[in-house]
Design a protein around this ligand. Structure first.
Ligand code: NOJ
Length: 528
């Protein structure tokens, strides 16, 4: 069956990722909550975003920040109630903002009722919901990792991530006869798990969710070379979704658009996991600087080659480059406001669907060296509370500072919304202007065509053309401190008008354009 068209609303969607623990604490218990997010809807509207990805907000012992779900259909009391979540869907929707939930289909918490039943000695309807070996002394087979001795069942269970995240059983692509506990994907256990997944999706979509970001979407079928059986599984789910909820967005944490879009996802991320490319934009490696580094020495090619390879292969889906997420350092780690402006000029003029991680729009820092919180480990410093204003706890919560979910950035000059919202030159204002320009310009939206114009390995600047339905923009980025000038073929006969920019000028003569760029500058030019 041919997949239905990609939901139209994704064409000009700009997502904002909210980590509910750290956004806004409405009841003063030191942790963010859903009523708190509702209170901040004005902020989201003014920013201009029209979609939200909300990290897991379901019942959980929080050994992995909620990615260890104990009940998929119940909001964790620390965040509020199901009614609060539905209220959030409705209030956001009235402002044109759609809310996507985080779906964790690959594993549950050990506290989930399914796992508790599955761990019983007596066979029951959940015995095959997870992957169990046939004896507690049977260590299983790599690459799946196993835990033994946890419950009365005589077997060891396979895990997807931490010890407390048993892998749900979607079967094995090619069950190995040496391991009789490996079931085929069409065995009753895996089929029941798949049916349950649809039920959960249906439950929240009926209540008003706009779609899902799917955790570790590539991981469902085990021993699956090329992820072929996992792709089939998602194609089936997409087919079902197209019938029942054609407007729902399916967003994968897969990190390989050529696979995930074929699997039926509307959006996949290029991030720090999966195919290469993304880290070369933002993270310095042992051998070279990243592209967005004022010291220069990076290259755009590593990212661009990989991106182009996937872009050519995919049909009917989008590749997303997020500003960061809860698993990786923020771009504000060690960059100036000018550096961040260039990064946002890139993110918000790039094709596909942009995702802004909460706080990146004001330049929040990554806080190194924090003790691990809820399984965060090295990721903890990217999950600290949103900095709203100059009041106590940066306006995040009225609770005593020592009881906060995570400490606030202690820096006296930490960025805040309050200090930036009425300042036309602030990073926040810059991001707002970029979002507004993107939303009003189809050429800059998800579907606008992108053609590299100047993208030489190891060189700056990076210049590309965006076009759609007669509208054309030229975007030039120089993240490096060294000024640079390039001459390119003019993208058309008309005049080039600067829409947004700092430190970049353009002059056209005889069919050629000369772009002069100061250190750490950008220019977005519209072809009249
Ligand atoms: C990816 C999530 O983004 C991450 O935070 C989580 O720890 C793992 N998947 C396990 O669910």
């Amino acid at each position: 069956m041919r997949a239905a068209a990609t939901p139209e609303w994704l064409e000009d969607a700009v997502f904002y990722q909210i980590y509910p623990q750290s956004f806004y604490d409405a009841n003063g218990d030191g942790i963010g909550d859903i009523p708190g997010i509702i209170e901040k809807l004005d902020y989201l509207s003014e920013l201009g975003v029209n979609a939200v990805w909300l990290n897991p907000c379901f019942l959980s012992p929080f050994e992995d920040a909620g990615y260890d779900v104990a009940d998929y259909c119940r909001v964790a009391p620390r965040y509020g109630t199901n009614a609060d979540l539905v209220r959030f869907f409705e209030k956001a929707r009235r402002r044109g903002i759609r809310i996507c939930l985080d779906l964790v289909p690959g594993h549950t918490s050990v506290q989930h009722a399914w796992f508790q039943a599955s761990g019983r000695h007596q066979r029951n309807r959940y015995s095959d919901r997870y992957i169990w070996t046939q004896s507690v002394w049977d260590p299983g087979a790599p690459p799946l990792r196993f835990i033994n001795g946890y419950s009365e069942r005589d077997g060891a269970y396979g895990i997807n991530f931490f010890y407390c995240q048993p892998a749900l059983n979607y079967g094995f692509a090619r069950p190995d006869p040496r391991y009789p506990w490996q079931q085929p994907t069409d065995a009753p256990g895996p089929r029941a798990t798949r049916a349950e997944l649809k039920k959960i999706m249906d439950f929240w979509l009926r209540k008003g969710a706009a779609g899902f970001r799917v955790d570790m979407a590539y991981s469902l079928v085990k021993e699956d070379p090329g992820h072929e059986k996992t792709i089939e599984l998602w194609q089936e789910i997409r087919g079902w979704l197209d019938q029942r909820h054609p407007e729902a967005a399916l967003i994968s944490e897969w990190g390989n658009p050529s696979e995930s879009i074929r699997a039926g996802f509307h959006i996949d991320f290029m991030i720090h996991i999966g195919v290469p490319g993304f880290p070369s934009l933002f993270f310095k490696s042992k051998s070279r600087n990243c592209f967005f580094d004022s010291r220069g020495g990076g290259t755009i090619s590593e990212f661009l080659d990989e991106y182009t390879k996937h872009q050519r292969k995919i049909r009917g889906g989008y590749i997303s480059i997020p500003s960061a997420n809860h698993d990786m350092p923020r771009p504000g780690l060690d960059r100036s406001k000018a550096d961040l402006e260039v990064i946002f000029a890139f993110l918000l003029t790039w094709p596909g669907v942009p995702f802004i991680y909460y706080g990146d729009e004001i330049g929040m820092r990554f806080l190194p060296g924090l003790p691990s919180k809820e399984g965060g480990f090295g990721r903890t410093g990217t999950r600290t509370p949103m900095q709203w204003d100059g009041s106590r706890n940066a306006g995040f919560s009225t609770a005593p500072a020592r009881t906060l979910y995570l400490p606030i950035d202690p820096q006296a000059r930490r960025p805040t919304v309050g200090a930036q919202e009425n300042q036309p030159r602030s990073l926040l204002s810059h991001v707002r202007r970029l979002i507004a320009l993107r939303k009003s310009s189809p050429a800059l939206g998800a579907k606008g065509k992108m053609t590299p114009v100047f993208a030489e390995p190891g060189k700056y600047p990076f210049v590309y053309l965006r076009q759609r339905r007669g509208e054309r923009f030229l975007v030039a980025l120089n993240p490096a401190r060294k000024p640079v000038t390039v001459t390119i073929d003019a993208p058309g006969p008309g005049e080039m008008r600067s829409e947004l920019g700092r430190g970049a000028t353009i002059s056209t003569r005889g069919g050629r354009c000369r772009i002069s760029m100061a250190g750490v500058s950008y220019g977005i030019f519209r072809l009249a």
